[in-house]
Design a protein around this ligand. Structure first.
Ligand SMILES: [Zn+2]
Length: 490
């Protein structure tokens, strides 16, 4: 086969070095489509009986033109049929007046009844590139469409030595979408080959070009991803980032799976960031893992801020679990204590009743407007004092309880039974930890707004300046809805 070794005449180019053409030629199958590809004449002639070559007879019985799609008309017949108003017996009765004319790119001229393309006018490297791409496509059962190849070859700029030099010139972008898609596809394959040729590892950096890495795009796709990036930079700790990247290299999940794994690891990374062990993984402990699981539990969709469903959170925990399993198996966590592990007993994802826990029992807007207006009057008339607490202190407490109910939608008894450490900050975002006593769900987490958290902190600071006050027994004040022991209340 001439193409395979005929690379000495290669023109000098940044991309198409002689070695490049030879490298490609070494990877060509010399027995490729022997019935259709003739390496001597550099001519491909489609076998109409080969389903992997897309060339079909025109629907008009008496027409010998070939078309790209089955049961369609050639351009000449389509024009006549349209002019005559698409008569129903057109395909059986029409006789083309001229022999079918196809745009030739074949040096020898027209060959009626045959669908061909020729590589004879192209540089050796370009020929090797095109054959390399067609053969790789063949391995994926992608058909050869001679008409498309003719269109591409006809539009290549004169003197072009590599499809990688092509960029997206006008002469190519004006082509039909499918043809342009084929050019793109060939360029992606060549870029991937180029990475191998240059001996560069496309997975070294923290941002991977999916087209170069060669991972399948999704579990139901058989082809490598041709576009997009995988960005591992949101994973702050280098040791954790390298584990995910190594998982990608060794397990070779699909791009979609690796992206989900990287996303949940970024969540874990944020949760760990505030911990002393973040940069010293040798000191990681069970509490750190708990923090990661909590971060997964309260995570929100960054696209719209909505809460994830239980199924989604469980899936996220699953990605995290699989990553840890791999890392342990592969010895990547040998210097990380075994207690930094997921425990089925301790680290489950709980079902969240969204109507109860997320949206809460909202006070109607018009009631809120009225209450807000009169907030300063709350307890204004009271002269009640108790155990060193003045009326203003009680007023401040009432106001804070109201704000919590208003801003978080918790029940009054949930607001009044909050514990001293009811605020939890993860990655600068506050959550309220409360007990849903009605449903006996304790230690629930609810993401809240920072200003709500700041109000709670202000009240906590004020309350800390007051004497400890044991509430009186029922029947006397303070009112029964107040925490029985301010020590345990906000
Ligand atoms: Zn026709």
């Amino acid at each position: 086969m001439t193409v395979a070794h005929d690379y000495v005449e290669l023109p000098a180019s940044q991309v198409a070095r002689p070695d490049w053409a030879a490298w490609l030629a070494d990877r060509l199958d010399l027995q490729w489509r022997t019935g259709e590809w003739d390496p001597g004449s550099l001519l491909f002639t489609a076998d109409l009986d080969n389903p992997r070559s897309r060339a079909f007879a025109c629907r008009v019985a008496a027409c010998d033109a070939l078309v790209e799609s089955p049961a369609s008309h050639c351009e000449a017949c389509r024009a006549v049929s349209t002019r005559r108003g698409h008569p129903p017996d057109f395909d059986t009765t029409h006789t083309p007046s001229l022999p079918a004319v196809r745009q030739p790119n074949v040096g020898d001229g027209l060959q009626p009844g045959r669908s061909q393309f020729a590589l004879g006018d192209l540089s050796t490297a370009l020929r090797a590139e095109i054959l390399y791409c067609l053969q790789r496509r063949d391995e994926e059962d992608r058909p050869v469409v001679p008409a498309m190849m003719r269109r591409i070859i006809r539009n290549l700029p004169p003197g072009l030595s590599s499809l990688l030099d092509l960029g997206t010139p006008l002469s190519i972008t004006h082509l039909p979408k499918t043809t342009h898609g084929l050019v793109n596809d060939m360029q992606v394959r060549l870029r991937r080959a180029r990475v191998q040729y240059d001996g560069v590892d496309p997975t070294l950096g923290d941002v991977w070009d999916c087209a170069l890495v060669g991972l399948l795009s999704a579990p139901n796709r058989r082809y490598p991803a041709a576009s997009g990036h995988l960005d591992f930079r949101p994973i702050r700790q280098r040791w954790l980032r390298e584990i995910v990247k190594e998982y990608g290299r060794a397990v070779r999940p699909t791009v979609a799976e690796l992206r989900r794994t990287a996303n949940v690891t970024a969540l874990a990374s944020n949760a760990l960031a505030s911990r002393p062990a973040a940069e010293r993984p040798q000191t990681l402990a069970l509490a750190d893992m708990t923090l990661v699981v909590q971060a997964i539990e309260i995570a929100r969709n960054p696209k719209d801020g909505s809460a994830y469903s239980q199924a989604q959170r469980k899936a996220m925990l699953g990605w995290w679990r699989r990553l840890l399993q791999y890392a342990r198996l592969a010895g990547l966590m040998d210097d990380i204590p075994g207690v930094f592990a997921l425990s089925p007993e301790l680290h489950g994802i709980e079902a969240v009743d969204t109507t109860e826990d997320e949206s809460g029992r909202a006070i109607p807007e018009h009631v809120i407007a009225q209450l807000d207006q009169y907030l300063p009057l709350m307890s204004a008339d009271s002269t009640y004092k108790h155990a060193g607490w003045q009326a203003e202190d009680f007023a401040a407490m009432y106001q804070e309880v109201y704000r919590i109910i208003r801003d978080t939608g918790r029940r009054p008894e949930e607001a009044t039974s909050l514990k001293r450490d009811c605020l939890q900050w993860i990655d600068g975002k506050p959550s309220l930890i409360y007990d849903n006593r009605k449903r006996r769900r304790y230690g629930r987490r609810l993401p809240i707004r920072p200003e709500t958290a700041r109000h709670i902190q202000q009240w906590q600071k004020h309350r800390d300046s007051l004497p400890r006050c044991r509430a009186a027994k029922s029947g006397s004040s303070p009112p029964p809805e107040l925490p029985a022991d301010p020590e345990s209340g906000t």
